[in-house]
Design a protein around this ligand. Structure first.
Ligand SMILES: *[C@@H]1O[C@H](CO)[C@@H](O)[C@H](O)[C@H]1NC(C)=O
Ligand SMILES: *[C@@H]1O[C@H](CO)[C@@H](O)[C@H](O)[C@H]1NC(C)=O
Ligand SMILES: *[C@@H]1O[C@H](CO)[C@@H](O)[C@H](O)[C@H]1NC(C)=O
Ligand SMILES: *[C@@H]1O[C@H](CO)[C@@H](O)[C@H](O)[C@H]1NC(C)=O
Ligand SMILES: *[C@@H]1O[C@H](CO)[C@@H](O)[C@H](O)[C@H]1NC(C)=O
Ligand SMILES: *[C@@H]1O[C@H](CO)[C@@H](O)[C@H](O)[C@H]1NC(C)=O
Ligand SMILES: *[C@@H]1O[C@H](CO)[C@@H](O)[C@H](O)[C@H]1NC(C)=O
Ligand SMILES: *[C@@H]1O[C@H](CO)[C@@H](O)[C@H](O)[C@H]1NC(C)=O
Length: 500
């Protein structure tokens, strides 16, 4: 009797569990994922984060100027020849990692670049002709200075034989060559305005441990801040721009993001050379290596738009108006006042006039020139990425300096690069596939098991109970008959005794 009631209780428990799984399983999985991805010293994700088991690659395309003399003397458009790719394999590592008690981690980023002969189309020793960036920066900056300063500058450049174009190897352009102007500046300029180096290279000093100390949230306290920068060199904001919002740097480095990403999520990445947060919005679903499903995020099409198109960008124009043309981002404040403007390669999503101002640049193509990151939405891990940026120099014509008197106002493309990863190692993608496919299946299987088993047990138990109570009531009737007959017998007996 009690065992049947027990069976019913058990069946009800199973049914309740089934309901709980239907409603709460996703939340449970979320909890487990959040616990697993958070950066705990000794944890698996901590290992992957601190020493990513990926092979990042940077491909660099250099615009070789093939008509420097005609451009300067005859006023022709610059003719550019896109060379490359020059490919470097990278190794990333975080060093000097310190876990802080407030749920943050501080570290320095170490990157090592090794030239890959077999992946490249050309060698590091290829000689190219490119604009003399230190010189053109100096002359463009002197535009608003006193005239005698410009004349003095012209004679110094005469003595030092500085020309508006330099002939350097690709390796020198990237990693540094001795520049007479920087050398001079280092000796002359007062200490506090000093440039930090006397060599010039677009990636100068990057093949090492970065001196920048980064503090990010580990996600242990609050998973919604997972991977987001708390402090960069002790500061939570940039000093350059006009509003708090534009000075924010609380994005991630692009390798991890707060998990549970939906198509409505905006991802933010921060890079020092980008000089701002880059917002990324959902573009489409993609399948990446080893069939891992991901979501592609790209910069919103108006990130680098001019202030007429996107008035929000007004805060990035402290000296303006006029502000940067459509499709360009002025990073001069982050580059020691060099007039460097960033864009996407081939002026993707910028005004066509910029591209048509030079010869030899093909129209932009989305597949080749778009900046994107494919992320695994549940865990917030980058699966594939192409960070594509073009570096341009904004040259101003300065009549008083004879070397550049014929150099017109122009946005001069120097090079573009794509840095990224193609896929994660199999051990991680396998795990992701398991994590993405098993929980939903497990949920259905568990639901079926609990509902079917619980339901079946319940029906059986109830059935047995009903049958038993039915049998009991017949028994009870027989019993009362027996009692009745017994009474009759007793009455008969009594009657007999009375007769006697
Ligand atoms: C770059 O252009 C210059 C001038 O036309 C040429 O001499 C040089 O060979 C070119 N470099 C390469 C690597 O093609
Ligand atoms: C420069 O322009 C002149 C006429 O404008 C032309 O005759 C000459 O061939 C040009 N020189 C070059 C090197 O293109
Ligand atoms: C967390 O602690 C680190 C190191 O003490 C500090 O630099 C950082 O500002 C703190 N962050 C927050 C959000 O309190
Ligand atoms: C970067 O540094 C490593 C050693 O730390 C060296 O092997 C490599 O050649 C360097 N790469 C470049 C491009 O200088
Ligand atoms: C390699 O570079 C040359 C020009 O320097 C170009 O013509 C050729 O198409 C490039 N090859 C590849 C595979 O990109
Ligand atoms: C960055 O910080 C601001 C407040 O300072 C906050 O509103 C915003 O949500 C943060 N962004 C991210 C991506 O955490
Ligand atoms: C995305 O936002 C739209 C409207 O803002 C909303 O209707 C939709 O439910 C959101 N989707 C998700 C997955 O949050
Ligand atoms: C870039 O910004 C600097 C500093 O704000 C400014 O002086 C310069 O004129 C700007 N350049 C362009 C092309 O907008």
């Amino acid at each position: 009797m009690t065992s049947r009631w027990f069976a019913i209780a058990f069946a009800l428990c199973l049914l309740i569990l089934g309901v709980l799984i239907t409603c709460g399983f996703s939340a449970l999985i979320r909890l487990i994922v959040d616990h697993q991805v958070a950066l705990r010293q000794g944890g698996q994700s901590f290992g992957w984060w601190s020493k990513p088991p990926v092979e990042p690659i940077i491909r660099i395309f250099v615009y070789n100027v093939t008509n420097a003399d005609e451009f300067l003397n005859n006023g022709s458009k610059p003719a550019l020849d896109e060379l490359g790719p020059y490919v470097y394999k990278e190794t990333w590592e975080k060093v000097d990692i310190v876990e802080n008690p407030n749920g943050t981690i501080s570290f320095n980023q170490k990157k090592v670049y090794v030239f890959s002969e077999e992946l490249s189309n050309g060698s590091e020793d290829d000689v190219v002709i490119v604009p003399n960036i230190p010189m053109l920066s100096a002359t463009s900056q002197s535009k608003h200075a006193a005239r005698f300063l410009r004349l003095a500058m012209a004679s110094i450049m005469d003595i030092l034989k500085i020309k508006p174009f330099v002939e350097v190897s690709v390796g020198q352009l990237l990693w540094g060559y001795e520049d007479p102007l920087l050398k001079l500046a280092k000796d002359v300029v007062p200490k506090e305005q000093k440039l930090p180096y006397e060599e010039f290279g677009l990636m100068y000093g990057k093949n090492s441990t970065s001196p920048d100390r980064v503090t990010i949230f580990s996600g242990i306290d609050d998973i919604r801040k997972y991977g987001i920068i708390d402090k960069y060199n002790g500061k939570s904001h940039l000093p350059h721009w006009l509003s708090e919002e534009c000075n924010r740097l609380n994005g991630t480095d692009g390798s991890i993001f707060p998990p549970h990403i939906t198509p409505n999520t905006t991802l933010y990445i921060y890079d020092k050379d980008l000089c701002r947060l880059l917002p990324l919005v959902y573009e489409k679903d993609v399948i990446t290596r080893n069939d891992v499903k991901g979501m592609r995020f790209t910069p919103a099409s108006n990130v680098f738009a001019d202030v007429e198109t996107n008035p929000d960008n007004m805060c990035f124009c402290p000296a303006g108006p006029p502000c940067a043309p459509n499709g360009l981002f002025n990073v001069s404040l982050c580059q020691y006042d060099s007039p460097i403007l960033l864009s996407f390669p081939h002026f993707y999503q910028a005004d066509q006039t910029l591209r048509l101002a030079v010869d030899g640049m093909s129209p932009p193509e989305k597949e080749k020139h778009e900046f994107f990151i494919d992320v695994q939405p549940d865990m917030g891990t980058s699966l594939r990425a192409r960070a594509r940026i073009q570096i341009n120099l904004a040259v101003s014509q300065v009549i008083d300096i004879k070397q550049v008197a014929n150099f017109p106002d122009i946005i001069f493309p120097i090079l573009w690069f794509e840095e990224g990863i193609d896929g994660l190692p199999d051990e991680i993608t396998d795990l992701m596939n398991v994590a993405a496919t098993v929980p939903p299946k497990a949920r259905i299987v568990l639901m079926i098991i609990f509902f079917a088993l619980g339901g079946l047990l319940f029906v059986i138990a109830v059935f047995c109970l009903i049958r038993r109570s039915h049998r009991q009531s017949t028994l009870h009737l027989e019993g009362s008959n027996y009692l009745a007959t017994a009474q009759i017998d007793l009455a008969k007996k009594k009657a007999k005794e009375n007769k006697k």
